[in-house]
Design a protein around this ligand. Structure first.
Ligand code: ARG
Length: 398
């Protein structure tokens, strides 16, 4: 069904129809919700009577899918409403309709991302709790640097995830205002009550896609974090590092090499960061230079967000399983962190505590290292027990 056949009477060329068709079936529940809100406002304005509102509500509740032969989800819903559907578009346009539905979608995607982040962070925290005092080497430049604990390192992952949560919460807040009542761009002459939380400017309301960009940004940063975590998991599970063994439920084999246990989950999480960044830059480029208010270019906003939502849930779900089951080799970790050279900074600081200027202390220890005569000072309380920090983090994530 064409919603605009009164103006353009002839048949559209199939090539044109196919090109214009929106892949927006995923928007259906959210468009149904936005349409219901609109119907209630039409009822309050006296444009739909009680029986018509009841019929709209009943029919909306019965719509389960859209027909691919419709131009988009909005056309499909209007067609499936039948005769009463001929009244539903009063005071609205697909421009405010799609923005309203997409905002509901993004808000929901943020809620989902939050739940998946929480599940993953809690899994990491459980592991940090069990290894709050397990020594491991800490790295800079991927060279052994100073001793830390496994719990300390895992808590660093949790910090990244805590900021990710805040970014998704911000995107959800950006998506919350309602563009309903904006019509095509200039509102309506009909006296329809505004939705609570209505956006101030109807031109902005139909043109704005910042909330989608904010979501894609939150997803891109999250994936950047997951790529760093993924990279560490890949390294730690190599024979060379040998810090951990993959759980069978989150490892893959090789189709040719019988001995292999591959970290595909960690690798794909790392790889999807590139795609997630591409989705953000892609939509930025789409929105860039677009004259206000609505332009059909904006139909390109949905596929990247749909795909990001799927990847966020998928990657966090799989990594949660991996982290729950990974088997850390505490002996290997401890052996690697017992390398005396990791304590060279501590030795220099011990001299500082005795009044030696730091640069002199640094030179003194460095020459011992070069001469092969360096001996590590007693560990003392060097190895930070992060139990208290784990407990505090668990409290925040409870
Ligand atoms: N499918 C369109 C989109 O996703 C809906 C809005 C179309 N509006 C219009 N005036 N052609 O953006």
């Amino acid at each position: 069904m064409k919603l605009w056949s009164g103006r353009v009477g002839g048949e559209l060329a199939p090539e044109v129809w196919d090109f214009l068709h929106a892949d927006d079936a995923e928007l259906l529940p959210y468009d149904l919700q936005a349409t219901l809100l609109h119907a209630q406002r039409l009822h309050a304005a006296g444009i739909l009577d009680d029986a018509e509102l009841a019929e709209v509500m009943e029919k909306l509740a019965a719509i389960e899918e859209i027909d691919e032969s419709d131009e988009d989800v909005h056309s499909s819903i209007e067609r499936q409403l039948g005769d009463v559907g001929r009244k539903i578009h009063a005071g609205r346009s697909r421009n405010d309709q799609v923005a309203a539905a997409f905002r509901l979608y993004v808000a929901d995607a943020c809620t989902q991302a939050d739940a998946a982040i929480v599940a993953f962070a809690r899994a990491v925290l459980e592991r940090a709790d069990g290894d709050a005092t397990s020594p491991m080497p800490g790295y800079t430049h991927l060279q052994r640097a100073q001793p830390v604990t496994l719990g300390h390192h895992l808590l660093a992952w949790v910090e990244m995830l805590e900021r990710d949560r805040a970014r998704f919460a911000f995107a959800a807040a950006q998506a919350a205002p309602s563009p309903l009542g904006s019509g095509a761009l200039a509102g309506s002459t009909l006296k329809i009550p505004p939705p609570p939380n209505q956006m101030r400017n109807s031109i902005d309301a139909v043109a704005d896609r910042d909330f989608a960009l904010d979501y894609l940004y939150a997803a891109a940063v999250l994936f950047t974090h997951l790529s760093r975590i993924g990279e560490e998991l890949v390294l730690w599970t190599t024979t060379e590092f040998g810090f951990a063994r993959l759980p069978e439920e989150a490892a893959t084999g090789s189709s040719i090499m019988p001995q292999k246990l591959n970290p595909d989950v960690a690798e794909l999480a790392r790889g999807k960061a590139g795609t997630a960044i591409g989705r953000l830059t892609g939509l930025l480029a789409t929105v860039k230079s677009l004259a206000l208010a609505y332009d059909r270019d904006l139909q390109e906003d949905k596929p990247p967000v749909f795909a990001a939502r799927k990847d966020v849930a998928g990657a966090l779900g799989a990594l949660t399983v991996l982290v729950r089951g990974i088997d850390f080799d505490r002996d290997r970790l401890a052996a690697a962190s017992s390398d005396p050279l990791l304590r060279a900074t501590d030795a220099a600081e011990a001299l500082v505590a005795d009044g030696v200027p730091f640069r002199d202390a640094h030179e003194q220890i460095a020459s011992q290292v070069r001469a092969g005569t360096f001996e590590a000072p007693p560990a003392g309380d060097r190895l930070g027990d992060v139990s208290a920090a784990v407990a505090a983090a668990k409290e925040r994530w409870s």
